[in-house]
Ligand binder design. Structure first.
Ligand SMILES: Cc1cc2nc3c(=O)[nH]c(=O)nc-3n(C[C@H](O)[C@H](O)[C@H](O)COP(=O)(O)OP(=O)(O)OC[C@H]3O[C@@H](n4cnc5c(N)ncnc54)[C@H](O)[C@@H]3O)c2cc1C
Length: 448
């Protein structure tokens, strides 16, 4: 018998592990662990926490529709796996690889446990579009890539020559074990707020919406994506990140639905950025500890609260931070603009902004969020040059010419003319020109 543990792969078809498990041709336990780190403190009610549970509900539903059993338990992964190994003749534990620091630590502990119990541990790559281990061998480099453009060139060649398409196995093709024992099911039962959230989503018909979203993007917006992707209005981009990051949608499905269509080149390039950050998380240990290797003591959190609470007096910044807090969404360009503003004009360490996005983005992903923050703050390997500081007023005039985005999120400014609506208000906490000049001096010293 095998034990398969779902993690950031909340779907029931096109999983590398399912192709592998089908070959075993026997029944296994399918498990999703709700880790207490998700249910503690603010995380459960955060936009990304809610997103995760919504997609958990959709996964439970798709197992049920196929007549299969998914066990959803709450607790320490090590304790749950240990209990299952003791109670069932499991010979192999199968998971998809995850390289964020927390996942690495968790998986090291799990592996130790599984070795001690003399069972096998199998990890398979699933979340990136390219198989990044095969890609690394294909690229034949001693040093992993640090810069996007050469990575992207090689990545395109790899995808053209070695792309491995969507898997054909779905949950309907596998046999799942129904009964895991009452003591385990109740001992690791879901806490009430979690069970209620999942149940509520299911009652509201919480089926997986990712495929519909992708289809409407392909039909209605993909061809205009290269020109429209930076506009601030709703629905210029695909909106699939929240599904990609929990694995409700695979990068392969996203790629195969768009490949070769008008607009797809620019869009697939964004999927390559995603792979680039996943690759860095796999191959560069410093990726998640960059702040320990540089001296950020010249920066401070003095203005952080004003930024986070949308009280900077710079309309486009306050509008974007308001949208984020209310909805968990923020367009990519505004993530760059607000991040640069925080780290450069307000001279605040990037880690504070990174934490804030962690609690507020619906599509929060540790690896991609870190990549975006390192890039915007000119730190990390392939980042915006330190003297490139986006001017929020110009970014507002260029991508939201009639001020519609600002009016939507800051109705108290709606009366201003299309010209004035972009300008700093009387209560602006910094002068854009002076703070830009100061930031260039400070970052020159940090990066020297
Ligand atoms: C400071 C900052 C923080 C960010 N934090 C996150 C995060 O926590 N989670 C997250 O998914 N993305 C993050 N991004 C990247 C990007 O903003 C989002 O992926 C994008 O806005 C999602 O919208 P979409 O799905 O409509 O994207 P589309 O434009 O439709 O792109 C398709 C897919 O490509 C990938 N992608 C697009 N842009 C980027 C990018 N700049 N970097 C890496 N991958 C990209 C995403 O998987 C996205 O879903 C961050 C960017 C910045 C600058």
């Amino acid at each position: 018998m095998y034990l398969f543990i779902h993690r950031k792969d909340l779907r029931s078809h096109d999983l590398r592990a399912f192709d592998y498990l089908r070959k075993r041709d026997e029944a296994g336990i399918h498990l999703l662990i709700i880790d207490p780190s998700l249910t503690r403190g603010e995380r459960l009610n955060s936009h990304s926490g809610r997103n995760f549970l919504e997609q958990t509900a959709a996964l439970i539903q798709s197992y049920a529709e196929a007549g299969k059993e998914l066990h959803v338990l709450h607790g320490d992964p090590e304790a749950i796996v240990d209990a299952l190994l003791a109670a069932h003749p499991i010979d192999e534990v199968v998971v998809h690889a995850d390289y964020s620091p927390y996942s690495r630590r968790r998986d090291e502990r799990l592996q130790q446990l599984i070795r001690a119990r003399e069972r096998r541990w199998m990890t398979l790559l699933d979340s990136s579009l390219a198989d990044l281990v095969e890609f690394h061998a294909f690229a034949r480099r001693e040093e992993p890539y640090k810069v996007f453009t050469p990575f992207y060139r090689m990545w395109l060649s790899f995808i053209r020559q070695c792309y491995s398409p969507m898997g054909s196995t779905s949950i309907a093709d596998l046999a799942t074990v129904r009964d895991i024992g009452k003591s385990i099911a109740t001992g690791f039962g879901l806490p009430e707020p979690v069970a209620e959230r999942i149940g509520g989503t299911m009652q509201a018909g919480g089926a997986d919406k990712s495929a519909d979203l992708l289809e409407s993007f392909v039909r209605e917006r993909l061809s205009a994506y290269p020109e429209q992707r930076d506009a601030y209005g709703d629905e210029q981009t695909s909106g699939i990140s929240r599904y990609l990051n929990t694995g409700a949608l695979s990068a392969r499905q996203a790629y195969e639905m768009t490949d070769g269509l008008p607009g797809s080149e620019a869009w697939v390039r964004q999927l390559a950025w995603r792979d680039f950050y996943l690759y860095q998380a796999m191959y560069h240990e410093q990726y998640f500890r960059y702040e320990h290797d540089i001296d950020l003591s010249s920066l401070s959190g003095r203005h952080f609260e004003a930024w986070a609470s949308a009280a900077t007096g710079i309309p486009i910044i306050d509008a974007a931070m308001t949208q984020l807090r209310r909805t968990g969404e923020m367009p990519n360009r505004l993530r760059m603009v607000t991040a640069m503003f925080l780290t450069k004009n307000l001279l605040c360490p990037f880690t504070l902004g990174e934490q804030h996005f962690r609690l507020h983005l619906s599509d929060y992903d540790n690896t991609l969020n870190r990549g975006g923050w390192l890039w915007s703050s000119s730190l990390g390997y392939d980042a915006a040059p330190y003297f490139r500081i986006m001017n929020p007023v110009l970014q507002s005039q260029r991508h939201d010419a009639d001020g519609g985005y600002i009016r939507r999120w800051l109705p108290h400014l709606a009366h201003l003319s299309d010209k004035n609506i972009h300008l700093p208000q009387g209560n602006a906490i910094v002068d854009l020109k002076a703070s830009r000049a100061r930031a260039i001096e400070v970052y020159k010293t940090i990066l020297k």
